[in-house]
Design a binder for this molecule. Structure first.
Ligand code: SAH
Length: 391
């Protein structure tokens, strides 16, 4: 029988409102034998049932709920969860063969990420509780989705917080180092073994599409371009010229290949540079653009470094605005969870004020719909994308 975790009095509010996490400091008592990673039942101090989850006392987030009803956590449970995840993507996506098939909390499978790239799957087990389910999950992924291969990219800070070492490599079948994916009329190569994250920024798919529609005949600057997701979309959308900037030579190499794959290589210029420097350089050279895209990495992964991150975001937005022709488009993103939507607005508006520009909102967007946002779990919302006309 599963051990029972009892919360301190009054600490059940968040779970009752639909959140899925219990912090260590909210627990009064654990009754019954329980190893790190084991499945437990969670109750209020008055013994009201709240859900079933897994337990890791080494993590600040000590319990993550897998279900809000009383249910057995067995192979059948995971089979249903994965099947639901697949059906949800069938409903949402038609134009692509690359998407997030399992989105952790968003699919009630906290700690599990599965990205589908054509016939291949890339997985991340990010918590001890999910690590313990590794074999069940892998056998179910094969049974339900028939991949030709499964590759693991379990790395990054979240595993450290769980007391787990990083792990990567081939888990099953075969996975070529480079896979070609389709997004509408766009094609991209994805470097599964060595690309950033699981290889590609699938969370920007729908935003790429929107950018594509704004670029006919335009001169476009794509800052933090990685392998050219936005740059290629802009060129394919008819941009006259695209300048794409990234600090990583490897990313730019991927970008060049992607440009060729989409037959737009003659209209994209790739620049290896620090964007902070390059933006200043372009300004000094008197360059102007019709569209500037900013999609930096998360400048902060904690609340503590938020102030310096805010300065960074403000600086790039300010400099981007200075490069825009009157009536040009600022396409500005942030993937920092800690930079909340109100703060993001504030940064952009301050930058506009300092640049002496007046903004019109064209559209405000978020992460692609397969990267599920649960309104009751604010931590699932991280990617902001503001599209403004700068007068
Ligand atoms: N826009 C991309 C994803 C960007 S990820 C897409 O849609 O695919 C962030 C990128 O910023 C990474 O490729 C990283 O190499 C790059 N980067 C990080 N710091 C940088 C800096 N100071 N200057 C330029 N590029 C930087």
């Amino acid at each position: 029988m599963a051990a029972k975790v009892f919360l301190l009095p009054g600490r059940e509010k968040r779970l009752l409102a639909g959140h899925l996490w219990v912090y260590g400091g909210e627990i009064q008592d654990v009754v019954g034998p329980c190893q790190p990673g084991d499945v437990v039942e969670v109750y209020t101090s008055r013994k009201r049932f709240l859900g079933v989850g897994y337990y890791n006392p080494f993590s600040q987030i000590t319990v993550r709920l897998l279900a809000r009803e009383k249910t057995k956590i067995d192979r059948e449970f995971f089979r249903k969860r994965l099947l639901e995840a697949g059906l949800y993507r069938d409903l949402l996506l038609s134009e692509t063969n690359a998407y997030r098939l399992v989105s952790s909390e968003g699919d009630f499978l906290p700690g599990l990420i599965v990205d589908q790239y054509g016939e291949y799957l890339v997985v991340q087990f990010l918590t001890l509780g999910m690590e313990r389910q590794r074999e069940v999950i892998l056998s179910l992924l094969k049974e339900l989705f028939f991949p030709r291969g499964i590759y693991e990219r379990s790395e990054g800070s979240s595993r450290e917080k769980e007391g787990l070492p990083g792990r990567e490599g081939l888990l099953w079948g075969e996975v070529p180092p480079r896979i070609c994916i389709r997004e509408g009329d766009l094609r991209f190569y994805v470097d599964i073994y060595r690309g950033q994250k699981t290889g590609f920024f699938l969370d920007q798919r729908e935003n790429r599409k929107v950018l594509q529609g704004l670029c006919q005949g335009k001169r476009v600057l794509d800052c933090f371009c990685y392998t050219g997701g936005f740059a290629v979309a802009a060129a394919k959308g008819g941009a006259r010229e695209v300048v794409a900037v990234d600090i990583s030579p490897r990313a730019l190499e991927g970008g060049r290949d992607n440009a060729q794959l989409n037959q737009v290589e003659d209209r994209i210029r790739w620049v290896e540079a620090n964007c902070f420097d390059q933006l200043r350089l372009l300004e000094r050279a008197g360059e102007k653009f019709d569209v500037v895209v900013l999609d930096p990495p998360a400048f902060t992964k904690s609340k503590e470094s938020l102030p310096s991150a805010l300065r960074g975001y403000k600086e790039i937005n300010l400099r981007a605005l200075k490069l825009l022709h009157p009536g040009g488009v600022l396409f500005t993103c942030s993937c920092s969870y800690h930079l909340t939507e109100p703060l993001f607005w504030q940064v952009v508006l301050e930058a506009a004020q300092d640049a002496g520009r007046f903004l019109r909102l064209i559209e405000f967007r978020r992460q692609a719909r397969d990267h599920i946002i649960l309104p009751t779990v604010p931590e699932t919302y991280y990617l902001k994308c503001g599209i403004f006309q700068a007068l």
